[in-house]
Design a protein around this ligand. Structure first.
Ligand code: DAH
Length: 342
């Protein structure tokens, strides 16, 4: 009997010492002490063999053990429950999240948007035309009649065998469409893709982007053109010296090439300006009166200027890219370099 009392005391010590919030350990504890074949069941079974005069002491001890085991079980379950709950609420909301892969604008789109922003500040709106054009809008209306030698400056892709349908070689075609359908004052900017049958090299591609500007109103002068271009070049490149070199385009008279003074500060400056410091950046001029007439605008009443620039060339200068083909290869390592811009 003494021995049994000792056993109960050992069990009680074990129950009291038990400490765990692990659900598996707690279940193990329950089975060991309170399960159907557990310690308490077998002790209670032994109770009937205990001599009557000792039943009271034994019974009390047994009861103490049972209460202690039950209490410990309840208590342990509570801590394990609250721990589980605590773990769901202990998410650290300040931890940086998983980065989300987002796309980026193409460098040509970034530049196009910048140029649009600059010109929209001085009242230019946007216009667009089709990439598949007819001869009239791409050539004839722009003073480039059939067999005009200047047509050879822009090697043309024709659509099938129809010599009247072609891929536009410049955005100047949009000028014609816009003048045909709008009355002055006109202030419009036409960005878009153009196509030329040229060999692909680091310097030229058969597909590229141009941006055309057109301004038609009463009393528009060459000085207005120069001021507008100066404003634009200052805004985009941060350079404030330009020069207009006489040139020839069939649709403008007079015509000019615009050079910007890039400077000769670095080795790269020497290379890209061929040691002159000057860079040719676009063509421009006063809209030829014949072009106005072709578009049903009276040249005695209205005058205007136009300009056109290649976006790839400008992007190459601005971002230090030395191969035009990079714009069309969609190499993710190239494109990702622009992800923080625009
Ligand atoms: N269309 C010309 C080209 O593709 C660029 C150009 C020059 C556009 C002068 C113009 C302009 O509007 O006035 O080479």
């Amino acid at each position: 009997m003494e021995q049994m009392i000792e056993q109960i005391k050992t069990h009680l010590a074990e129950v009291e010492a038990f400490q765990s919030s692990d659900p598996e350990e707690i279940e193990h504890f329950r089975i060991k002490f309170l399960g159907k074949k557990g310690i308490l069941t077998s002790l209670f079974a032994a109770f009937k063999d205990v001599p009557n005069d000792q039943k009271k002491t034994f019974g009390q001890q047994l009861n103490t053990l049972k209460v202690a085991a039950n209490n410990k079980l309840e208590e342990s379950k509570k801590t394990s429950g609250s721990k589980a709950k605590a773990s769901t609420t202990s998410i650290d909301y300040t931890r940086p999240g998983q980065p989300i892969e987002v796309g980026a604008l193409h460098p040509i789109s970034i530049l196009r948007n910048q140029v649009i922003d600059i010109f929209s500040q001085i009242g230019f709106s946007l216009s667009a035309g089709p990439e598949i054009e007819d001869d009239w809008h791409n050539f004839t209306a722009l003073n480039l009649p059939e067999h005009h030698p200047a047509r050879d400056m822009q090697d043309t892709f024709f659509v099938q065998t129809n010599p009247d349908i072609l891929l536009r070689t410049h955005t100047s075609s949009v000028q014609v469409r816009h003048m045909e359908t709008n009355r002055p004052p006109i202030r419009t900017l036409s960005p878009g893709r153009v196509f030329r049958n040229e060999d692909i090299s680091p310097r030229s591609h058969c597909v590229f982007h141009q941006l055309e500007g057109l301004y038609i109103d009463k009393n528009v002068s060459f000085a207005d053109l120069k001021q507008t271009l100066l404003y634009f070049i200052k805004s985009l490149f941060g350079k404030s010296k330009i020069r207009l070199r006489p040139s020839y385009f069939p649709f403008t008279e007079p015509s000019a090439e615009v050079d910007i003074y890039w400077g000769l500060e670095t080795e790269a400056d020497y290379r890209i300006t061929k040691g002159t410091g000057w860079l040719e950046i676009m063509g421009c001029g006063m809209v030829d009166p014949q072009v106005l007439t072709n578009c049903n605008i009276n040249p005695d009443e209205y005058a205007g200027y136009a300009f056109g620039m290649g976006l790839e060339r400008m992007a190459m200068l601005l971002y230090g890219i030395d191969d035009i083909r990079m714009f069309y290869e969609n190499d993710i390592r190239f494109l990702q370099q622009f992800s923080s811009m625009g």
